[in-house]
Design a protein around this ligand. Sequence first.
Ligand code: SAM
Length: 290
Amino acid sequence: MGRLIDPKETVEILKKYDFIFSKRYGQNFLIDEHVLGKILRAADITKEDAVLEIGPGIGTMTQALADAAGQVVAVEIDEKLLPILSDTLQDFQNVTVVHADILETDIRELSRQYAGGKPFKVVANLPYYITTPIIMGLLENDLPVTSITVMVQKEVAQRMQEKPGSKDYGALSLAVQYYAEPYLAANVPRNCFMPRPDVDSAVIRLTKRPEPAVKVQDPKLMFRLIRASFSVRRKTLLNGLKNAGDLGYSASELTEAVKALGKGETVRGETLSLQEFAFLSDTLSAMRNG
Ligand code: SAM
């Protein structure tokens, strides 16, 4: 059998198993060799590496990852794909397919069980309906993950790497950049998938930082401030914080903290860097503890 990245092979295997794509699971299978090469290069996989693939589909990327990596663990939710994966991955001894929902999976345990406790490089053509929860789950929970190289919707990739002041800068940019360094590796047109999705895609690599990008006394408070300030775009930061209601600070405390930034009372949240949100958060923390 040839490699699935050849669209003819993909069509053949889908026919063999009478497979019907599930929209619910965001199934758009990769059929472009050039793009596959770009993902592998961006992920920088060697035989020393353990790879966690999220959503292997029919195993297109899995075959290439198995060639490049020491160990591959692939987590797939759709049980209809399991017989196909046993077929397409039968020649690869270093792949374990796990039937599970990635959002319910204990990744530390996967690494212990199937990769000798090695941290994972995560590689995936992500189901778009749960891109953000998957990525934030991988970043937030201090998991054995060193990098995340993923195909996502183009606009989402853009948001993850955006800097203050630009149109797409927001809570996702700040959350991702707190934990990781983003690098946009490739733009991918919609005709590289079967079936063809309604949106364009991009490959982004997030290299996890050994320590978060800024030191902040209470990261939870900082992220509540970030969410509050972006929930009312195009209003002032101070209005956003006051509207949030549940921050536990009075209007005058919030005003004082915003003033301490030195950018005026009418500063907008979307112009603040991660460092400035950390400063704002620490100023408010000090009012309670100091
Ligand atoms: N990796 C394959 C490829 O590139 O051709 C398939 C990518 S397709 C965009 C997304 C895959 O993720 C599908 O196989 C889908 O069934 C699977 N999936 C969707 N939701 C999932 C979840 N919660 N946990 C694990 N896999 C999931």
